[in-house]
Design a binder for this molecule. Structure first.
Ligand SMILES: [Zn+2]
Length: 86
């Protein structure tokens, strides 16, 4: 954990706490006999550029990244509006 950016297509190494963003993920691990579930706290890191576009989520028990704004990921939606016309 925390040795490099969670984005698999990014190679940034974790060096300083003030760079990027740290995500705290809490999970409950259920043991086989269900008698003593344990709370597990894990920390994940996204580098500066990745933390602006991605968030850390748990999907089907797997920690992964998702775009923060999926709708803005498509560049086609960014159409220029004409400036104010008199
Ligand atoms: Zn990154």
């Amino acid at each position: 954990m925390l040795s490099h950016c969670l984005n698999p297509s990014c190679t940034a190494q974790f060096r300083f706490l003030h760079e990027g963003r740290i995500f705290k993920i809490e999970r409950t691990t259920a043991s086989l006999d269900d008698s003593n579930p344990q709370r597990l706290v894990e920390h994940y890191w996204l580098c500066g550029p990745c933390s602006l576009a991605l968030k850390v989520v748990v999907e089907n028990g797997v920690v992964t990244t998702q775009p923060i704004h999926p709708e803005t990921a498509a560049p086609e939606t960014a159409k220029e509006n004409p400036a104010s016309v008199r």
